[in-house]
Design a protein around this ligand. Structure first.
Ligand code: TRP
Length: 453
């Protein structure tokens, strides 16, 4: 197949770029509060099971589809399955991306506010309870968070318009390791806080009596969300891969890195939460109310250190979120650009404008619009629920069926083994997982949640 598409430069660059999409607010913000709401250690074990059995194989499937078809997600399904309804899976993925980006940008915006707060020295004076109060006051303010959301979307827009391959690869190479190191430092600080032990216990002592349908669905949704699956992100990135990229190995490495970052975030957040008596199930604000306490007390509580640590952390978090929003934005932009023959600039403009509108509503739904609920959820929660717990698993289900049952086995193995040059046995295992384990597992979790079984 001729290839005039841009491609990533080095093998490490490939892994880091895919990891850049995967590692983001999903790991550092969403994973800890999901863990907190769903009972701790048992949730984490279920989560790891979901990553190994569904996540990694489906990432391989998305890689294979993307590299084979070398196009945006919707077109990839059309290329590999012409004149079939598989088209709709691609379209649903694009829609999911659009909705995720809209509320993701709201939280990404919060990180910008917290950079400013840390720089202003606000993390060295307060008592723990004050951080909760100032967080609540901030997210319910009618215009400040909206402004940050719009700013974040504009930043994403600029990068996507410029073309992303080089930028993503180069910046990921520096930022990802830095983020990792800083998380390790913060975990050590957090673990040394008085009373941190209860947080560690919460993370390590599983209580399986807490695992029910809700917990299973939450863990599965979190796995797809965190690995950027079910939305064509990995498909799109793989369309820039080279023919000799080892897809199974790359998918496995990305899954491992992503999971390590999530667990490390748990080690930063729970010891701190227990140390200052913040409830682990306090929801989406968990990251933002516990961390200031870690900065505040780290290294003997020197204000300058608190400020520097805080600024560094929130900048890296914002950048991690940025590599993820770029990947979300890119999927929708590539779709509009190629399917409706709009210029890239126009396509990106439409995506940004749409997300600014939806993002504004999401942000307002946490404050002035709190009372407008749908199915008992605010707009922000609704977007999160509909995408992570419904759309991503459904489309991941179809991706695994597509690879496991629809596509010719030879094509699948050709991609997974680079035309037979690497490990055939892996291919057999992956096909088995995609054919039986993933679709049946996902269907089971759904049926369980709907109380059908
Ligand atoms: N995985 C990213 C995170 O953890 C978010 C993300 C980027 C995503 N692209 C995605 C989630 C595609 C689902 C689908 O922050």
């Amino acid at each position: 197949m001729t290839n005039d598409r841009a491609s990533f430069g080095s093998r490490l660059g490939v892994i880091l770029a895919a990891a850049g999409s995967a590692v983001g607010l999903g790991n550092i913000w969403r994973f800890p509060y999901m863990t907190g709401e769903n009972g701790g250690a048992a949730f984490i074990l279920v989560y790891i099971g979901c990553v190994l059995l569904f996540g990694a194989p489906i990432m391989m499937a998305e890689f294979a589809i993307g590299r084979r078809a070398r196009s945006n997600t919707a077109r990839a399904f059309r290329t590999l399955a012409p004149d079939t309804k598989w088209n709709w899976v691609g379209r649903m993925e694009v829609l999911a991306g659009f909705l995720i980006l809209s509320y993701y940008a709201v939280v990404a915006g919060w990180t910008l506010q917290y950079i400013v707060e840390a720089a202003a020295g606000n993390f060295s004076a307060s008592a723990p309870g004050n951080y909760v109060e100032s967080y609540n006051a901030f997210i319910s303010n009618p215009w400040v968070p909206v402004l940050w959301t719009v700013l974040f979307l504009l930043g994403t827009h600029l990068i996507v318009v410029k073309g992303v391959e080089k930028g993503i690869e180069r910046s990921s190479k520096v930022m990802m390791p830095m983020l990792f190191i800083l998380l390790v430092v913060l975990a050590v600080c957090s673990l040394s806080l008085p009373g941190a032990g209860r947080g560690v216990e919460f993370l390590l002592k599983p209580d399986f009596s807490k695992v029910d349908g809700d917990v299973l669905l939450a863990a599965m949704g979190q796995a797809f969300f965190s690995l950027s699956l079910g939305m064509g992100c990995m498909c799109t990135y793989a369309s820039y891969f080279k023919p000799d990229t080892d897809l199974p190995k790359t998918a496995f490495s990305v899954s491992v890195v992503d999971t390590l970052v999530a667990i490390l975030s748990g080690l930063v957040i729970f010891p701190a939460a227990f140390s200052v008596d913040i409830r682990p199930d306090s929801g989406p604000g968990l990251l933002f109310v516990t961390l200031p306490n870690v900065f505040h007390q780290a290294f003997g509580g020197v204000p300058l250190v608190a400020g520097v640590l805080g600024v560094m952390f929130y900048i890296l978090l914002a950048l991690a979120a940025l590599t993820s929003t770029i990947s979300l934005h890119e999927v929708v932009t590539a779709y509009l650009h190629e399917e409706f023959s709009l210029s890239r600039r126009k396509a990106a403009g439409l995506v940004t404008a749409g997300c600014v509108v939806l993002g504004t509503f999401c942000s307002l739904s946490l404050g002035v619009g709190k009372d407008y609920t749908l199915f008992g959820m605010t707009l922000f929660d609704l977007f999160d629920y509909v995408t992570a717990k419904l759309m991503l698993p459904v489309s991941a289900f179809f991706v695994s069926v597509f690879m496991g049952w629809y596509l010719d086995r030879r094509i699948v193995c050709d991609e997974l083994t680079n035309s037979g040059t690497i490990r055939l046995r892996v291919c057999r295992l992956v096909v088995f997982l995609l054919k039986f384990v993933a679709p049946i597992g996902i269907a089971f979790v759904f049926a369980n949640e709907l109380e059908l079984i």
